[in-house]
Ligand binder design. Sequence first.
Ligand code: S3P
Length: 746
Amino acid sequence: MSAPVPGSPPLLGKVAIIGLGLIGSSFARALREKSLAQVISGSARSAATCALARELGVVDVADVDPAVAVRDADLVLLAMPVAATEAVLRAIRPALKSGVILTDGGSTKGNVVAAARAVFGTLPAGFVPGHPIAGSEQSGVLAGKADLFARHKVILTPLPESDPAAVNIVRQVWQSMGAEVLEMPVDRHDEVLAKTSHLPHLLAFSLVDTLARESENLDIFRYAAGGFRDFTRIAASDPLMWHDIFLGNREAVLKALGHFTEGVSELRAAIEQGDSETLLGIFTRAKVARDHFTHMLAGTAYAKTMKPKNIEFAVQPGGRLAGTFRVPGDKSISHRSIMLGSLAEGVTEVSGFLEGEDALATIQAFRDMGVVIEGPHQGEVRVHGVGLNGLRAAPGAIYCGNSGTSMRLLSGILAAQPFDTVMSGDPSLSKRPMERIAKPLRQMGADIQTTGERGTPPVTVKGGRALKGFHYAMPVASAQVKSGVLLAGLWADGETVVTEPAPTRDHTERMLRGFGYDVQVNGPTVTLRGGGKLRAMKIDVPADISSAAFFMVAASIAEGSDITLEHVGINPTRIGVINILRAMGGDLTVLNEREVGGEPVADIRIRSARLHGINIPEDQVPLAIDEFPALFIAAACAEGRTVLTGAEELRVKESDRIQVMADGLTTLGIRCEVTPDGIIIDGGQLGSGRVVSHGDHRIAMSFSIAALRASGPIEIEDCANVATSFPDFTGLARRAGLNIAVIERV
Ligand code: S3P
């Protein structure tokens, strides 16, 4: 609700506040500041507090007798320690006006409701229990602040007897004070607060008291720096209030304390036994959870690289690219390094890891299944493998975010586990086909279910199935499906054989070999036998050719450009973009070819060139499957016509990449025609305009580089997902010579 219009009558006539401490006096000050009441009446046990509150102008009238304070009040807030509720209600009951709204600010709700029942029998319709989640370690009438509740949560726990109109007024009052109002049942409130508020207070009180009682306490406190201070700030809170809370919420607090004690015992045992695995496991999980929590509170999403959801790019036209750069690590290899590292015996050390959200989703999935994973810190990750039989059930559904690779490869791994798992994803992933992996896994004996007619996520995998190897002739050229089936084959009885209709990326096969697993490749057919072991290894992840592709196209189309991209993975199953650009007249030189951990790598120099349209050979499609959005920009800048066929797979990527690119190109004045399995693009002059990426990272980056040849600025909507594969795209693009700005909309 917005602030009242000046001159309009206040929402409430008389408001009475029982208890003029931090909460009560802040409520009074906020009522005053927002002009929500005609008269503010207060009551406190001490006459001095009443006098001070009047003197400060916090209340208009005050009386030590709460029955006097509530006379004629339209709304009464109980803001004294919760244990006094019954006595106060008994005292004020005869003086309450009929139809009064009665609410409170207590930190426990079950005992407040019980006190009200004891006094009233049948609860009054105006009774709406509440709890502002605001406060500080300070107390008393002087500590109150008019903005204490602004941007804080207030939980209301209306009862079946509560009149919705009364609930609405209480809600409006808190909202007018700037609070966010939530509703939940009484029991749920007490359970949640026991864990998130009461338990931490108990620990802080206990730690400070225990240390203070030690004989050399002065010394201890003298040296107690940041950690102690941060952890124990709340031990300075009001003792009486907390005494009441712990006794009032006894059951839920004891339950939370019991759970916590188990956690501490586990840590104690790990320290006693020098069990670094357990210690690292607890600490890395806690760190991630705490970072996640910080981001949630800051309104950003889970991963540290993730931007607030509503991001736009604004790119100025023109420019040329120069310099030497390294784009982030390969996404496909990063995913696999975590998966195979987790299933190996020993510690796998990864460098060059992509700290994008997709790969982070895979890390989180394996952490959820009990694997200790240190990092990533500047691309370095240490995965403490648990062996092929060491995964544990995740505590809840595994969230794969935007990442199809995580979900499809994990399907194969999960199909062979002894436990059940559910995997879910973001709105884009939730539309993508999952039957393509579920079907072959079912043929191996897996129990796996997708959702809806179109077989999309969530995916439910039942554990405890014995898998049997089989020969799968894949109907679509998909590395994700091939990999998912091969991974399931690690646990299957006998041989698992996959034949692909066209070559797709072979990182899984290469990496399995690196981990010491026997994998036979015979032309289009890959064979492995279940029952082996993976041995930990060191993995140096090359730069992702799919991210490099944007700069290959950018430097090709922007006149006068000359850049070198370092350490790019040039696996033969991924180099379609180089082949296609060269066929279009691109000037790309592959330098310094070498092999790193089983993957070929090179530096690539790209100079601008006059591109011409071509018919893209269909055998290049799987080799450039992720690079087409960028290649379409090259086609738009080329002379003549470019024709793509045999690429219907593009319609089921993070977006329908044929349609979405065609829409954007049309907006920018390029003639193109969509066909069922591809697109026809006539090169021309790119204009200016506003295009929509549909949350697809590669669409957003492609239209960014298009501006190099546009006649005016290009604005791109919905760009937050660029962080899934290329966390600092805009920074690198700017350093390379693109005039790109990031706009965050609220
Ligand atoms: C990937 C395979 C490709 C690719 C995706 C990553 C992988 O998907 O588009 O970005 O890591 O195996 P398909 O296998 O579905 O073609």
